[in-house]
Design a protein around this ligand. Structure first.
Ligand SMILES: Cc1ncc(COP(=O)(O)O)c(C=O)c1O
Length: 376
C-alpha cells in the first residue's frame, strides 16, 4: 500500500524509534522521584525541554509537554482565558480550526463566551483588515491556526500576532501542521501560545507540546499537582518525549530540502493530471499553501468514494481531518472557502511525506484517471 496521508499521521522515523527504545530501557524512572533513577529521567526531560525550546526560540520554562495537539489546544485556550487581564468574553477565530478547537468553542459559547467566526478568502487566508474590523473592547482571545490540515493554507501568523499585541489581546496559534515545515520563532512573533504534535513529524503518537509565553502570569490549571508545573499533571512520558524531540530535530534540519522536494512532487502530480484538469479542482493554491498538503476534488464524485476507490487500488489518501471521518459531514474548510455543501463533500486530500516518491504520485494520478474514466 502507498501511504499518502501524512497530514493525518506519520510513521515513526528510525531515529525516533531507536531513541524511544533506548530511553525506555535507560530512563524509565519517574522524573519527580528523588532517587538517582528519577533524577536521571528528570535530566533527560529537561534536556529535551531545552532542545524543543531552541527549535522555536523560546525559553525552556515556557515549554510544557502534553499528550499532543488536541490537549495542547485545550490547555492553551483554558490557560489564556484564565490569564487574560482584560475584561470580556469575546473570542475571534475562523471555522478553519481543527475540531479540537471548534468543539471546545461550542462549550465556551454555552458558558457565555461570544465567538466570532471570521470569513476567509477563497484560498483560506484571513485578512488583517477583517480581523482589525472585528476586534472589540471586550475581545480577550484570538485563535488562528498556522497551517490548515485540509488545504495547507498558511496564515500570516506573525502579522496577526503583531495586530493582537497592539490591541493587548492574547493569541493562540495551532502549529500542529506547520511545526517542522515552516520556521516558527515565538520570540519574534510574540505569540501567547502554540501547540505542537509529535505524530505529525515522525515521532510517537500521544505526545506533544504547549508553548506558553512566559510573560503571561499563568496559573496552574490543576493546583497542587507537580508534573509540568501543574499545567499538565500526570506522570511524564519521558521516553516518548525524547523520541518526539529527536524526530523534531530531524525534520527541522531537513526542512528546506524536504519542502523543495514536496514542491517538485506537487508539480509532478499536477502535470500528470493535466489531461483531466477540466474535471478537477485543486483547492490548495500554489502560493499560500505548504506543498505537502494537496486538497482537491474530482468534480461530480464524492470524496469518500474517491478515497475508497484509491484504497481499493492500494493508495491511502483521506477525505480530510481524520477526526471527522465517518461523520459524513461536508468539509468545514471547503465551506469556509466558499464551496457549497455538494462541492464540499467532493473533497479529498493527498498529503505527502518523506517516503513519497515521484513514482508514487505518477501511479496515483493513473488511478485517479481510471476512477474518472470509469465514472464519467
Ligand atoms: C491542525 C491540527 N491541530 C490539532 C490536531 C490534533 O493533534 P493530535 O492528534 O496530536 O491530538 C491535528 C491533528 O490532525 C491538526 O491537524
Amino acid at each position: 500500500m502507498i501511504y499518502l496521508d501524512y497530514a493525518a499521521t506519520t510513521p515513526m522515523s528510525e531515529e525516533a524509534l531507536e531513541t524511544f527504545v533506548t530511553a525506555s530501557k535507560n530512563y524509565y524512572g519517574n522524573e519527580r522521584s528523588l532517587h538517582d533513577i528519577g533524577s536521571k529521567a528528570s535530566l533527560l526531560l529537561e534536556a529535551c525541554r531545552k532542545q524543543l525550546a531552541n527549535f522555536i526560540n523560546a525559553s525552556p520554562a515556557s515549554i510544557y509537554f502534553t499528550s499532543g495537539g488536541t490537549e495542547s489546544n485545550l490547555l492553551a485556550i483554558q490557560t489564556l482565558l484564565k490569564s487574560t487581564k482584560k475584561d470580556g468574553k469575546h473570542i475571534l477565530t475562523t471555522s478553519l480550526e481543527h475540531s479540537s478547537i471548534g468543539n471546545y468553542l461550542q462549550v465556551l459559547e454555552e458558558k457565555g463566551y461570544e465567538v466570532t467566526y471570521l470569513p476567509v478568502t477563497n484560498k483560506g487566508i484571513i485578512s488583517l483588515e477583517t480581523i482589525e474590523n472585528a476586534i472589540r473592547k471586550d475581545t480577550v482571545l484570538g485563535i488562528f491556526q498556522h497551517v490548515n490540515s485540509e488545504i495547507g493554507a498558511v496564515q500570516p501568523i506573525n502579522e496577526i500576532a503583531n495586530l493582537f499585541k497592539s490591541h493587548n489581546i492574547l493569541l493562540h496559534c495551532d502549529c500542529v501542521q506547520s511545526f517542522g515545515k515552516i520556521e516558527i520563532d515565538v520570540f519574534k512573533s510574540e505569540l501567547s501560545s502554540i501547540s505542537i504534535s509529535s505524530h505529525k513529524l515522525y515521532g510517537p503518537k500521544g505526545v506533544g507540546a504547549l508553548y506558553l509565553n512566559p510573560r503571561l502570569s499563568c496559573q496552574p490549571l490543576y493546583p497542587g499537582t507537580s508534573h509540568e508545573s501543574g499545567i499538565r499533571p500526570g506522570t511524564v512520558n519521558v521516553p516518548a518525549i525524547a523520541s518526539f524531540v529527536t524526530a523534531a530535530g530531524h525534520i527541522i534540519s531537513n526542512r528546506n530540502e524536504d519542502q523543495d522536494r514536496y514542491h517538485s512532487l506537487k508539480k509532478i502530480l499536477k502535470a500528470h493530471l493535466h489531461d483531466v484538469q477540466h474535471l478537477l479542482s485543486f483547492e490548495s493554491s500554489d502560493e499560500d499553501c505548504i506543498p505537502n498538503i494537496i486538497g482537491m476534488r474530482i468534480i461530480g464524485l464524492e470524496g469518500q468514494f474517491v478515497m475508497l476507490e484509491c484504497n481499493r487500488h492500494q493508495f491511502a489518501i483521506s477525505t480530510g481531518s481524520a477526526c471527522a471521518i465517518g461523520m459524513q459531514k461536508p468539509s468545514e474548510t471547503m465551506l469556509a472557502i466558499g464551496r457549497n455543501e455538494h462541492e464540499a463533500k467532493q473533497f479529498f486530500r493527498i498529503s505527502i511525506g518523506k517516503h513519497t516518491t515521484e513514482n508514487d504520485l505518477i501511479q496515483l494520478s493513473n488511478v485517479l484517471k481510471l476512477i474518472i474514466k470509469q465514472n464519467y
